[in-house]
Design a protein around this ligand. Sequence first.
Ligand code: S3P
Length: 430
Amino acid sequence: LEKTFSPVRSIRGTYTPPGDKSIAHRALLLGAMAAGRCSIFGVPGGDAVAGTADCLAGLGVEIEKDGSRFEVGGKGWEVASRAGLDARNSATTMRLLAGALAGRDGKYVLSGDRFLSRRPMDRVAEPLREMGAEVELASGRFPPVAITGGGLTGIRYELPVPSAQVKSAILLAGLQAAGRTEVVEPQPTRDHTERMLEWLGVAIERTSGPAGAVIAISEPAGCLPLPKFEMKIPGDLSSAAFLIVAALLASEGELRVTGVGLNPTRDGVIEILRSMGADLEKIAETQEPEPAGTIVARPSSLHATDIDAEMVPRTIDELPLLAVAAAFAEGRTTISGASELRVKESDRIAGTAQGLRALGATVEETEDGLVIDGPCKLGGATVDPKGDHRLALCFAIAGLCGDAPVTIAGWESSSVSYPEFEADLAAVAG
Ligand code: S3P
C-alpha cells in the first residue's frame, strides 16, 4: 500500500495519543501474574501489544477485550507448557515473556514474524541460563526461543547493552527465583517494570554503585501472585512525538497533547527538541504509577544539536524522528553512541539515512549514528521504510513538514505501532 503525505500549514488542536505500548505490554503481563481479574484501560491498538495479548491467551490466561479496555488474568501466573506462542513483530513481547516464563516449570516456544526472527535474543538467553533456565535459540542467537523453565536462582547481572527489555526479563525471572536478583545498568533505561512492580507492593531496591544503577529484588518469596489492580495506561510519548515534531515545524497553530506519559526515563525527545530551540511546554499532572501530563508544542525555528550515548537510551525509539527534525534545523546535527538502532525492527541507522537522502536531505551514516546537515529541502519522492513502522511514520512527518509530497511504500507497516495515526493527524492538520 502506497500513501502520500503533502505539506500542511498548521497543526492545531488538542490531542490524546494512543496508550503507551511499553507500559501496556507490562500491564498485561503483570495482570497475568495477579490473583484476581485486573482492568487495564487505554491499551493501544496495533500489532505489537496484540502480540503480548495473544501469547498470554495462548498460555491460557483469560483475556477479554472491549475496545481499549482489557480484563486480564486471575490465576497468578499458573500457566502450562506451550509451544507455538507468536510474538508477531514485538521484541518486547518475546524478551519480557522469555523472562516471565523462565520462572515456570514447563516448556515454552516463542516465535515471531520475519523482522523479529532476525533480532538478537542471546541478550536475554544468557542471563536466564545463568539463573538456571534452559534456553535454546536458532543459530545460537535468534528466535524461535525455546525455554525450559523453573528452579531459578537469583543472580547479579551487569547489562552489556543498555536495554530495558533485558532488564525487565531478568526482573520478571527474579520474581520467581530463589534469593536476590540484581541488575546493574550502566545507563538508565525505561523503568516501567520496576515502577509497576513497586506499585504492586514488590520490594524493589534502587541504589547506585560504581558500575551504574542497581535494581534489586531482594526477597522474591511470596511476591507472586501479585495483587489484582486497575490501571489507566498513559498516552504514548513515542507516538505523540510524531505530531509534536509536525507541530513544531508547521508555520501556524498549537498542539496540546493531553494524558501523555512523562516518565523521565522516556522523555529525552522533549529535552533534545528544546535544546534545538523548540517551544515545548510540559505540564505534569498525575503520577501513579506512571507520570503523565500535557505537552504544548508551537511553531519553532530549530537549530542543530549533538545527541550522544548518554542521552540515547532515554530517546532510543525517537532518534530517527529527531534525525528528520534535524534535516529541517539550521546547522550540523550529530547522533552518536546509538549502534543499538542497528538491531531494531530494521537497521534504523541505515534506513533513516537512505530514506532521508532519497527525500533530498544531506545525511551521512556513521557506525553508531548519523550526521545531518540542515536545513534541507525535503520531498517530491517515494521512500521505502522496508517494513519498519517507525520509519514509515518518520517519513510521513517529512512529507507533512517538507516542500513537496512524500509517498511511502508499504505504509501498512505503520499499523504495528500506530494504526490511529491518520485519524489523529486529520483531526489537527490544516
Ligand atoms: C522497550 C525497550 C526498548 C525500545 C522498545 C521498547 C521496552 O528496547 O526500543 O521499543 O518496552 O522495554 P531495548 O530494550 O532493546 O532498548
